[in-house]
Design a protein. Structure first.
Length: 367
């Protein structure tokens, strides 16, 4: 339920937005910016994180009360659904959402002090390969997540995938700021790239159009519980997690990042730089100081895991697969390291994307 002060603001905000359409985008942007500035100046707002709920409530209210027409709508790339154009501007930037999501300093220090151990990376990779070849959708999603480090929504709905090399893919997905698609970037895989792509195609075929008109959060709500349960079943003995941690997020974030370094990071390349490049984590890549870089790394779970040997000693090996047949260094490092990317030119060669394939009535886990 929205607070009284926010409902009072809606009483003037909604009438101001209602008559405007696609031809008045700059006016809509200005109205939204003024509204956000007013929020931040309220006496009770002591930090940016306090504005997350008002923003979510306001966006939901706009969806409920403003009619969506051809002349006042845009297609949200994350959902593929027409929305009122005001939702393009009544939002925080990626930087602002990121700052709001950062844990407290005490939590960051605790996570940095307590790292989790991976004792058998080969077993993890072998299990990921097995999952990619199974017939049940939760296992397929789990295998793709371990091999790509991407979210449930990106795997099942929003991600666009291309083949790159035998052990890497090109990926693009929606960014938070005005929901633009990010430029394609290369991500390493531990199984062969064609096997990963085939798993993505199969799992999307199972779901058909089930996610065509829902938000990415809805994808997580619908599929997350089953995927987390299956993650516990398969990886519970191999991957420790933090208390009350999400096992899928652990695999797709910290475990994926650590395995990327172990198998593919050249010894002369900074580990965190390689991890952030493989995940296209712009906050780390564009950090202005080492302190800021480390803060985002800890908050993003990049440093949650280390690999240890049979005696419990840390294994600091890097790039153990480099030099093997068909294994190539990420192209960006062949060119001297990552640079700030240019915006995509719009040319999209889709290998796996949401489409109306066979099925359409949803997917059930195979027994």
């Amino acid at each position: 339920m929205a607070t009284k002060w926010l409902e009072e603001r809606w009483a003037s905000l909604i009438p101001a937005l209602e008559p405007l359409g696609n031809d008045e985008c700059e006016e809509i942007r200005a109205i939204c910016e003024v509204e956000k500035e007013w929020w931040q100046k309220r006496p009770g707002i002591k930090k940016l994180g306090s504005l997350g709920k008002p923003m979510t409530d306001t966006r939901n209210h706009i969806r409920e009360v403003l009619e969506v027409r051809d002349d006042n709508s845009w297609i949200n790339p994350k959902t593929g659904v027409p929305e009122h154009i005001a939702l393009k501007y009544m939002n925080f930037s990626t930087e602002e959402w990121t700052q709001m999501s950062l844990p407290a300093d005490s939590e960051l220090q605790a996570r940095l002090a307590l790292v989790l151990e991976l004792r058998d990376p080969e077993a993890l990779v072998a299990l990921g390969e097995r999952l990619l070849r199974m017939s049940a959708w939760p296992e397929l999603v789990l295998g793709v997540g371990l091999n790509t480090g991407r979210s449930l929504a990106e795997i099942l709905k929003t991600g666009i995938w291309r083949a790159k090399t035998s052990y890497s893919l090109l990926f693009s997905g929606p960014m938070t700021v005005y929901e633009k698609m990010c430029p394609f970037f290369e991500i390493p895989t531990f199984s062969r790239a064609e096997v990963v792509l085939e798993a993505i195609l199969r799992v999307r075929e199972m779901f058909g159009m089930q996610f065509a008109y829902v938000t990415r959060r809805d994808v997580g709500r619908q599929c997350g519980p089953m995927v987390r349960q299956v993650a516990y079943e398969y990886f519970g003995d191999l991957v420790p997690t933090r208390r009350d941690g999400d096992p899928y997020q652990a695999l797709a974030r910290g475990v994926y990042s650590r395995l990327c370094c172990y198998y593919y990071c050249p010894p002369e390349v900074d580990e965190l730089l390689y991890m952030a490049t493989a995940k296209d984590y712009r906050r780390i890549l564009e950090a202005q100081s080492e302190e800021e870089r480390l803060t985002f790394a800890v908050a993003g779970s990049f440093l949650d895991y280390v690999i240890v040997d049979a005696d419990g000693a840390r294994d600091r090996s890097l790039g153990v697969r480099l030099g093997e047949p068909e294994v190539e260094l990420l192209e960006v490092f062949q060119k001297g390291g990552p640079q700030k990317p240019a915006q995509s030119d719009g040319e999209v060669e889709v290998v796996a994307t949401q489409s109306s394939l066979r099925g359409g009535n949803g997917a059930r886990r195979a027994e």
